[in-house]
Design a protein around this ligand. Structure first.
Ligand code: F6R
Length: 244
């Protein structure tokens, strides 16, 4: 365990490039890697940068497996709000990763049993090589809402008011945001061999400072990256770091 490597960059383009360099390094170092990629707005530019590298022939994704980080619950098949669809548009298709190489989180049936089985299977396959994470304004990682402890397992969660408000921008209004979700647990994320946390925009200023400089604890789940098992890189844009 070491302190996170913090990179403060000027703008969105540099955040995308710096993040893509980390991902490319991991993929190049060992072609067979398991990646858990966040959806949300922050990593979209980085995924586009990676897609350009892939299209140029500079990033071979043939050995990349994907583990879904989080998903809303209660959606019908084909619902526009499915985070799997978001991941498909921004990560899987642009990087030529077919659905057969994706471990999807369970969304129906006996979810407690299915989540436990998911963690067991993932552990048996060696866990996650790279977790690509964004930061919620409430300090969540994935949908590990506060309070979440560092040992939390993959599970169903009720989304907090903060997350529902923040996610309204994706889907139109707060009423369009599902209220329940399933998320990889902090235990699995903090066990990843590498974590890349991307943070952008002045609205994340207070929480990124709390996560990296305040007390470590379950009220700010992202603070646990400072106790992660593997190496942690945090790429923050100037607006988020300085709040201006
Ligand atoms: C999404 C996810 C969330 C987001 C976070 C930040 O799969 O896991 O934790 O990363 O809410 O979202 P944006 O980047 O839209 O600000």
């Amino acid at each position: 365990m070491a302190d996170p490597h913090l990179m403060v960059v000027d703008d969105a383009a540099r955040l995308a490039r710096a993040g893509a360099d980390v991902v490319a390094d991991v993929v190049h170092a060992d072609g067979h890697v398991t990646i858990a990629p966040a959806t949300g707005d922050t990593p979209v530019g980085m995924y586009a940068d990676l897609a350009e590298r892939h299209a140029r022939g500079d990033l071979d994704t043939g050995g990349v497996s994907i583990v879904q980080l989080d998903e809303y619950l209660g959606l019908e098949p084909g619902d526009r709000r499915a985070l799997y669809g978001w991941m498909d548009r921004t990560v899987l298709r642009p990087l030529s990763i077919d659905a057969g190489r994706v471990s999807r989180l369970p969304t129906d049936g006996d979810l407690d049993a299915a989540c436990a089985a998911f963690d067991r299977d993932l552990g048996a396959r060696g866990g996650i090589d790279l977790a690509i994470l964004g930061l919620g304004t409430n300090g969540h990682l994935g949908f590990n809402e506060p309070p979440s402890d560092a040992a939390s397992a993959t599970r169903t969660v009720d989304l907090t008011r903060d997350t529902i408000e923040a996610n309204a921008r994706y889907w139109g209004s707060e009423g369009d945001v599902p209220t329940r979700a399933v998320t990889l647990g902090l235990r699995t994320l903090l066990d990843a061999r590498r974590i890349l946390l991307l943070v952008a925009g002045a609205s994340k200023h207070a929480i990124v400072r709390r996560a990296l400089e305040g007390p470590v604890g379950e009220d700010v789940p992202a603070s646990f990256v400072r106790e992660a098992r593997g190496s942690v890189t945090v790429v923050v844009d100037h607006a988020a770091w300085e709040g201006e």
